[in-house]
Design a binder for this molecule. Structure first.
Ligand SMILES: Nc1ncnc2c1ncn2[C@@H]1O[C@H](COP(=O)(O)OP(=O)(O)OP(=O)(O)O)[C@@H](O)[C@H]1O
Ligand SMILES: [Mg+2]
Length: 445
């Protein structure tokens, strides 16, 4: 399709979740401008378990389906996007760097800051096979004195920096990029799900303080603690809502569709007086009976395990020493009825639903808690463009880990998609005639 001068420059975020793949498309905004969302596509994800890509072919199809869905909504091709997923190999650590500026107490320049950061990154305690995907300067020290202010323009003989770094397995990151590229997208960069969800759910007033953003999806739960806009620590656990469904399948011998329905139906904060209430339904024509209490005795411990045994323990080990008072929860699991009350009861802090910060600009049926990550990708990229020296993504020269040529490139799905997209009259599936006409006109001119 020929690009016409009228085509807007697109700005897209692709969230490859364990359960669904979502793509949020906006018009590329000028600096400081609000995002103008023009479409949100979604598709069921196949081929990912607990955040790990197990069947690349199925993941490519899922991405393509989500792109087709968005393209049919906006009537334009999405050529490139920033990518987010819950890479499970995530490792969060600190690293420090310093630079001697000489006795003359010169004014610190941007180049000095860059060199100090490069020094810090060069000493990063990377695990074998990992790459750093995010790095954030938390604190600068000028002549031995701590400052959170920007160092450029200040005078000093020595500059130190302390950074939060997030690394992942390069192999896993490459595979995700390969899948997106084989689905016909140019990947502009990767944003880890923990960071994207935090930027997608935290409001300006949360960002200014210390806030914890948790995202519980189908196969993973990630978190990030943000202090004055900067990620302090982050992590991910391979547990999500699908584990709750599986627990119900296993303990109550229910088929997955019934477990999925029941966990959505029974509020976590149901008063104990009602726990003996009976639920009666059919399974393959056979009557089945269970109580509200039997369901909650399966669902509640899984959520308690996640928040108390895993998340709380991790936060206690961090410099935070425990939960901060501002907590926001996004992802499909956040839609569980009575979740905020139940979490308040077990952790002792209120937990607010983390709806996408751009929810008002998103279609009403695609602006819920499971779309927060997709919205966060674009907000994060906007912040990164505004403050390039605060949000660093040292993902290799061209922004993302480059995939090597492997047999993967010859995969039948990849070949098929390549053929279709390079073919002459390719148009994404369209929902109505107007879209077809719009597309045809674009192709003619
Ligand atoms: N109303 C609801 N009540 C309880 N659970 C729900 C509800 N709606 C969705 N879920 C659960 O949310 C999960 C899917 O959430 P989401 O779409 O955020 O996952 P994902 O982004 O694909 O996965 P991940 O982020 O873990 O890779 C599923 O386990 C689903 O059962
Ligand atoms: Mg998700």
């Amino acid at each position: 399709m020929k690009k016409t001068s009228k085509d807007p420059e697109l700005f897209a975020g692709l969230d490859i979740g364990t359960r669904k793949t979502a793509v949020l498309v906006a018009e590329k905004p000028a600096q400081d401008e609000e995002l103008h969302v023009i479409g949100v596509g979604k598709a069921r994800t196949r081929g990912i378990r607990k955040g790990i890509i197990l069947e690349p072919e199925a993941v490519i199809e899922s991405i393509r389906n989500a792109l087709d869905d968005a393209e049919s909504m906006i009537g334009l091709h999405i050529k490139s996007a920033y990518l987010s997923l819950g890479l499970n190999s995530l490792f969060c650590f600190r690293c420090n760097g310093s630079l001697d500026l000489g006795e003359s107490q010169d004014t610190i320049t941007l180049s000095d800051v860059r060199k100090t950061m490069e020094e810090a990154l060069s000493k990063a305690p990377l695990r074998e096979g990992d790459i750093i995907i995010h790095a954030y300067p938390l604190e600068y020290i000028i002549n031995g004195e701590k400052t959170t202010a920007e160092p450029v323009g200040q005078k000093g003989a020595r500059l130190d920096v302390s950074m939060t770094c997030l690394s992942v397995s390069e192999k896993e990151a490459r595979l995700a990029v390969q899948c997106a590229e084989k689905a016909g997208l140019h990947v502009e960069g990767i944003v880890h799900k923990c960071i994207a969800s935090a930027f997608g759910s935290l409001r300006e007033e949360d960002m200014e303080k210390v806030a914890l953003a948790v995202d519980s999806g189908g196969g993973t739960t990630s978190y990030a603690v943000i202090k004055r806009g900067m990620p302090l620590c982050a992590g991910i656990f391979p547990i999500g809502g699908d584990h709750i469904t599986n627990d119900l399948n296993y303990v109550l011998k229910l088929p997955p569709s019934k477990s999925e329905m029941l966990k959505r139906l029974i509020p976590l904060n149901e008063p104990e007086d009602n726990w003996d209430d009976e639920l009666e339904f059919d399974i393959n024509g056979e009557p089945y009976l269970c109580t509200v209490g039997e369901i909650l005795e399966v669902v509640r411990p899984r959520i308690a395990e996640l928040w108390l045994d895993l998340l709380k323990t991790e936060l206690e080990k961090s410099i935070l020493g425990g939960f901060p008072s501002r907590i926001v929860l996004s992802g499909g699991v956040a839609k569980t009825q009575g979740m905020s009350d139940y979490l308040n009861e077990i952790i002792g802090f209120p937990v607010r639903p983390g709806n996408p910060v751009t929810a008002d600009a998103m279609p009403p049926d695609r602006n819920g808690l499971e779309f927060t990550t997709a919205a966060g990708i674009l907000r994060y990229i906007q912040m990164k463009e505004k403050f390039p020296y605060r949000y660093l993504d040292p993902q290799g020269k061209e922004g993302v880990p480059k995939p090597p040529d492997r047999e993967f490139f010859q995969s039948p799905t990849a070949e098929r998609i390549k053929k279709i997209r390079s073919g002459q009259g390719y148009t994404a599936p369209v929902k109505n005639l107007v879209d077809v006409i719009k597309k045809t006109l674009k192709e003619l001119f």
